[in-house]
Design a protein around this ligand. Structure first.
Ligand code: NAD
Length: 363
């Protein structure tokens, strides 16, 4: 079916505009080959929005974002030590825009695939016997509840400054993310590892109970529970054991960064944040990399793979998503590398050239 894809684009800050431009190039190519049309609406968020509007996310931008079928985003933020954005109060800094858009668009499910490509085995810090044959896991993190959205305050108690952060989950929040996790596992290898701290936390005990209830509707999927401290160890000891790792907000924040390091390069890692409909926000896992912004050397592959996830999850265009993923693999096999994944004997290319090569391999 020929489709018109209405895509909101947040290029963002730092390397954001460079890497998103390449992802759009690849999207246009795949759309051209398969007969679709991409309509882009440029949206401002983060530092780019502060520069124009004084705040990181306006109501108008939220409205525009809601009208899109999906959002493709670069990354937002700057160097906290030098950027004037970080002189502003916390609620007006770039990252506040990110938290707000997730909440406004109800993006409660964050997907971060961690794939070890055979061609990039050398970048993996783990021993070869652990990574033999590669691995492909998906961290599914709850994104709009838990500690990061709970009540917080710092007060003086008996003359001592005391900080409080509260971790709250209700059963509905747990159920909807669990269902998403099992749905994704059905399309993959049929295993969910639910990660919690049920030996200590009440929120984790409820998490475990609800996940077990949801599992009854998915008899084809194997469910296992793992404590978060053990999971942190298992990710480096035996990452191949994992298919979908389902977990709450803060645990997922930490584990997904760990999983990304295990694959070797942040520049390769895509991500998606989904709501209950087909709508999603797709962005690379890394930040705005102010240290390399404007140099034309950033790796655009994570953003290009995020665009592939967008085609798969928001538009059900699986063939088109496959075409992008295969083009990325082909470019790696041919030996082309951006500086972050460069190794001896390979051909180093910049951001734009990498985008050209990937678009060129889509036929
Ligand atoms: P970062 O991910 O931006 O950079 C960490 C390191 O990885 C840097 O050395 C950087 O050069 C490198 N790197 C990241 N992406 C790369 C790419 N595509 N190609 C090559 N190298 C790449 O993390 P940071 O330095 O901690 O954060 C910088 C800014 O990004 C901060 O303002 C932070 O708040 C923001 N941030 C934004 C998001 C987001 O938009 N979702 C996520 C994380 C961090």
């Amino acid at each position: 079916m020929i489709m018109k894809l209405n895509i909101g684009v947040i290029k963002g800050d730092g390397i954001g505009p460079e890497i998103v431009t390449e992802a759009m190039k690849v999207l246009d190519k795949v759309a051209g080959v398969y007969g679709h049309t991409c309509n882009y609406t440029q949206l401002l968020m983060g530092g780019a929005s502060i520069n124009v509007n004084g705040i990181p996310l306006t109501d108008e931008t939220i409205l525009q974002a809601k009208k899109s079928d999906a959002i493709l985003m670069g990354s937002i933020g700057g160097d906290a030590k030098t950027s004037p954005w970080y002189q502003l109060e916390p609620s007006k800094r770039p990252e506040a825009g990110l938290l707000k858009i997730r909440k406004e668009l109800n993006l409660f499910a964050n997907l971060r695939p961690a794939i070890l490509y055979d061609e990039l085995k050398g970048a993996c810090p783990l021993k070869e016997e652990i990574t033999e044959g590669g691995f492909d896991l998906m961290i599914m993190r709850e994104l709009t509840g838990g500690l990061y959205f709970g009540k917080r305050q710092t007060v003086e108690e008996d003359g001592v400054l005391t900080a409080h952060d509260s971790l709250t989950y209700n059963e509905n929040e747990i159920r909807r993310i669990a269902k998403r996790g099992f749905d994704i596992a059905m399309k993959r290898r049929g295993k969910v590892t639910s990660v919690d701290k049920a030996n200590v936390l009440d929120s984790s005990r409820l998490w475990r109970k609800v996940v077990e209830e949801v599992a009854k509707d998915y008899p084809e999927v194997t469910l296992e529970h793992m404590l978060v401290d053990n999971c942190a160890m298992q990710l480096v000891k035996d990452p191949k054991q994992f298919d979908v790792v389902l977990t709450e907000n803060m645990f997922g924040d930490i584990l997904s960064d760990e999983a990304s390091m295990v694959t070797g390069s942040i520049g390769m890692l895509a991500s998606a944040s989904l709501n209950e409909t087909k709508f999603g926000l797709y962005e690379p896992s890394g930040g705005s990399a102010p240290d390399i912004a404007g140099k034309g050397i950033a790796n655009p592959i994570a953003t290009i793979l995020s665009a592939a996830m967008m085609l798969r999850f928001s538009f059900d265009l699986d063939k088109e998503a496959d075409a992008i993923e295969q083009a990325v693999e082909k470019v790696l096999k041919e030996g082309f590398r951006t500086i972050d994944i460069m190794s001896e004997g390979k051909t180093q290319v910049g951001t734009e050239k990498m985008g050209d090569l990937i678009a060129g391999y889509i036929e």
